[in-house]
Design a protein around this ligand. Structure first.
Ligand SMILES: O=C(CO)COP(=O)(O)O
Length: 252
């Protein structure tokens, strides 16, 4: 078990400046004691990272949702890890299934992005997860093994890497795996990173669960062995829901 749990919000392509009032409420709750329960991270769209960092101060960490592998250059529309760090981010999500699907990102691309995150001093949150057909075919652990082998750079540690297990069929659908299935997947991920990066780092790397986490199921999911936090999409947009999810974190 990797110590304090991390509850991370992924706002995806949601959030105009007015959305920052939800972040302000979360910051107040964090200062009011929530931060004693868990580490809290919000990943707004890139347009809001700077302002969110200003609003969050040290009470809530701020992250990006993607970065380019290069530090700068002729890549119209892309954002580098260095730019996110410069704007106040401490983390960046890479390899989210929506990026893998919408932008054809391969494991090799995801790995290069994780290395870019490190180059800029950011923690990389690498997402993995099977699609429904793979699950139905009994291939979940094979898929996770392949994605871990291809997406995680050498030198991964508990300080520079977080893994998010997000079954693609559970994202935004209201469906979640059973706690038994979550336990099996997380135990497999723990074993895989321990074999590759050694016992100390394998134990320290946080493994988040993501996919339809909400106030009503958060405590149950966060109590599962080897679940070191949650990556929350839709329910992170409302401060009250996200705060309730944070309250479901296992006491450190
Ligand atoms: O993709 C997710 C977080 O990255 C999960 O999204 P939902 O919580 O909306 O299912």
């Amino acid at each position: 078990m990797a110590g304090r749990q991390l509850i991370a919000g992924n706002w995806k392509m949601n959030g105009l400046k007015s959305q920052l009032s939800e972040l302000t409420q979360l910051v107040e709750a964090s200062k009011g004691g929530l931060a004693q329960r868990c580490d809290i991270l919000v990943c707004p769209p890139a347009t809001l990272v700077g302002e969110a960092g200003g609003a969050a101060g040290s009470a809530v960490a701020i992250g990006g949702q993607d970065c380019h592998a290069k530090a700068s250059g002729a890549h119209t529309g892309d954002v580098s890890a260095e730019m996110l760090a410069d704007a106040g981010a401490s983390h960046v999500i890479v390899g989210h299934s929506e990026r893998r699907t919408d932008h054809g990102e391969s494991d090799a691309v995801v790995r290069a992005k994780a290395e870019a995150a490190w180059r800029a001093g950011l923690v990389a949150i690498v997402c993995i997860g099977e699609v429904e057909a793979e699950r139905d075919a009994g291939e979940t652990l094979d898929v996770l093994g392949r994605q871990l082998a291809g997406s995680l750079p050498e030198g991964s540690t508990g300080k520079n890497l977080v893994i998010a297990y997000e079954p693609v069929w559970a994202i935004g659908t209201g469906k979640t795996p059973t706690v038994g299935d979550v336990a099996e997947a997380h135990a497999f991920i723990r074993k895989t990173v321990t074999e590759r990066f050694g016992a100390a780092e394998g134990a320290a790397i946080r493994i988040l669960y993501g996919g339809s986490v909400k106030p009503s199921n958060a405590a149950e999911l966060l109590a599962v062995d080897n679940v070191d936090g949650a990556l929350v999409g839709g329910a992170s947009l409302k401060a009250a829901d996200f705060i309730a999810i944070c309250q479901g974190a296992r006491a450190a």
